[in-house]
Design a protein around this ligand. Structure first.
Ligand code: GLP
Length: 234
């Protein structure tokens, strides 16, 4: 894995944007997208650029079960606010958190990923090493699935909600097997709360205890970490 250490989230977002630009120049057409506070500066750079996505496709990692795009905590809403309202794509795919049949929804989403192989995947990382919503203990072989969120993930994401009890307990997430199919992966990590997870990802054994460690098995991963997130690595 290639690691870039950057001063802060602003520089990290800029670096990720430059990698995206290179990928597009190289022919990338399908983009795996992530939510959370981490990729915000990346999206700012994209929105302020001259890049055109009108013939491009996006596929998001995950969505909360029970929330639809009108809910301001849904990942669909986040993507509209941070990217899609400014940069129209040919198609935007996200799991449907309001699907009446979650088993069918999971199958539908696997079909979407199979039909649109991802050229460039942006990832954040949870403090417990999760990617997407693949919590510690999740098999590396799973594709899209319904996840029971770990207590630490619910607590970490509570900052976006009025009360912790408002945080959905489940999500639909791309699986690790789906994520590993992406041609290129760029993972962003900022802040002290990510330092342990970054160390486990880069220097620890490949283990489901730290889901991001599986990225050691992928041929084209770039990690962009600020000083704090990189503080425990050699
Ligand atoms: C969330 C998302 C992940 C994200 C991670 C970190 O729960 N499902 O895609 O990378 O946790 O979030 P943040 O960037 O806000 O720290």
């Amino acid at each position: 894995m290639q690691v870039f250490k950057v001063a802060d989230q602003a520089e990290g977002g800029q670096k990720a944007y430059e990698l995206l630009r290179e990928a597009i120049n190289g022919g990338a057409k399908t983009f795996g997208l992530a939510t959370g506070s981490t990729p915000v500066t990346f999206y700012e750079n994209v929105v302020n650029s001259d890049l055109d996505f009108s013939d491009k496709t996006s596929i998001n990692l995950d969505e909360y079960v029970g929330l639809d795009g009108a809910n301001d905590q849904s990942y669909r809403y986040f993507m509209n606010e941070h990217l899609f309202n400014f940069k129209p794509f040919k198609e935007n795919f996200l799991p449907n958190g309001k699907a009446s049949n979650l088993d069918e929804e999971v199958k539908r989403y696997d079909g979407v990923i199979d039909a649109h192989p991802i050229d460039f995947q942006i990832l954040g990382i949870g403090g417990n090493g999760h990617i997407g919503f693949n919590e510690p203990g999740t098999s590396f072989d799973v594709t899209t699935h319904v996840v029971d969120l770990a207590p630490e993930t619910i607590a970490a994401n509570a900052r976006f909600f009025e009360n912790e009890s408002d945080v959905p307990r489940q999500a639909i997430s791309m699986g690790i097997a789906s994520i590993l199919k992406s041609k290129q992966i760029v993972l962003l990590a900022f802040g002290k709360a990510k330092a342990e997870a970054v160390k486990g990802m880069l220097e620890g054994p490949v283990t489901t205890d730290c889901p991001a460690s599986v990225l050691q098995n992928h041929a084209n991963v770039t990690v962009i970490a600020d000083k704090e997130a990189a503080s425990l690595i050699k």
